[in-house]
Design a protein around this ligand. Structure first.
Ligand code: ADP
Ligand code: MG
Length: 264
């Protein structure tokens, strides 16, 4: 019997952006494989191609060469089975929390009553029941990201693509949302791609951390984080991983600085 295909498989992917006669080689010979249900973090210096990689998996962009496979098939057009959450996920300001979360279902012709029931289930899961009838401008940044997460989850995606979703939040809120996300992930066991440039965040969350090099982005290291959950920040093994990853990341960031400052 054939082996079950990987949930996500990226093979020899290259991507160069060309604009105004300038070329930016963003991804170079990137390879990675992700098992169904894994929580993967992509970590790397700013501009190394993390968002580009996520966009390729989402189907928002195409690789120049190589392949991006989900369940063994090439990724096609964007689909709600690969839901995205961004750093500042724009909610519809004229819709309340419940209607924001229900929006995708309503667009998919789910009857309004059912859409609201299903949406409310996810509003509850992100602890916003009391705010179901509030509007986005009445919410804190953390609450708005919770709505964005509920809006992605309500579509019951196979893969949740999160591009620095907590990047704009204060440290306290960030920690609370990390815990909530893990709780949701442990209940649903969906595959998660989570982009961050925060090493603690990556090691706290991930089964596997991919460290991407400075541009052109290549996989610089793959660390399987073998620490049981719930993880405690002071856990010695976890700190070893952080130390190791920080070392690698530090080298890559230095390269970026040298490039930008023009030093040798
Ligand atoms: P990261 O998310 O790791 O910060 P990105 O994937 O957003 O990096 O971008 C990598 C590089 O590609 C950056 O230099 C960025 O300016 C460039 N880039 C990204 N998208 C485009 C685009 N659509 N057109 C031209 N250049 C782009
Ligand atoms: Mg980015």
């Amino acid at each position: 019997m054939a082996d079950k295909p990987f949930k996500v498989e990226i093979k020899n992917v290259n991507k160069t952006y060309r604009s105004h006669g300038r070329q930016v080689e963003v991804l170079k010979d990137v390879n990675l494989t992700v098992k169904d249900g894994d929580f993967v973090c992509l970590l790397g210096p700013s501009g190394c191609g993390k968002s580009t990689l996520v966009h390729l998996i989402a189907g928002l962009d195409k690789a120049d060469s190589g392949s991006v496979l989900v369940d063994g098939k090439p990724v096609g057009v964007p689909s709600s089975s690969r839901a995205m959450v961004f750093q500042d996920s724009a909610l519809f300001p004229w819709l309340n929390v419940l209607d924001n979360v229900a929006f995708g279902l309503v667009m998919n012709k789910v009857p309004k009553k059912e859409a609201h029931e299903r949406a409310m289930n996810y509003v509850r899961r992100v602890h916003l029941s009391k705010f179901a009838t509030s509007y986005p401008h009445q919410l804190s940044g953390g609450m708005r990201q919770r709505v964005a997460i509920a809006r992605a989850l309500v579509m019951e995606p196979d893969i949740l693509l999160m591009d620095e979703p907590f990047g704009a939040l204060d440290a306290q809120t960030r920690m609370v949302l990390q815990e909530e996300l893990l709780e949701i992930w442990q209940q649903s066991k969906r595959t998660v791609f989570f982009v961050t440039h925060n090493v603690r965040e990556a090691t706290g969350l991930a089964d596997v951390v991919y460290v991407i090099s400075s541009r052109p982005g290549q996989i610089r290291a793959v660390e399987k984080i073998d620490v049981a959950r719930p993880r405690h920040a002071e856990n010695a093994t976890l700190m070893n991983y952080q130390h190791k990853i920080l070392g690698i990341l530090g080298e890559e960031i230095e390269k970026v600085m040298r490039d930008e400052l023009g030093e040798d």
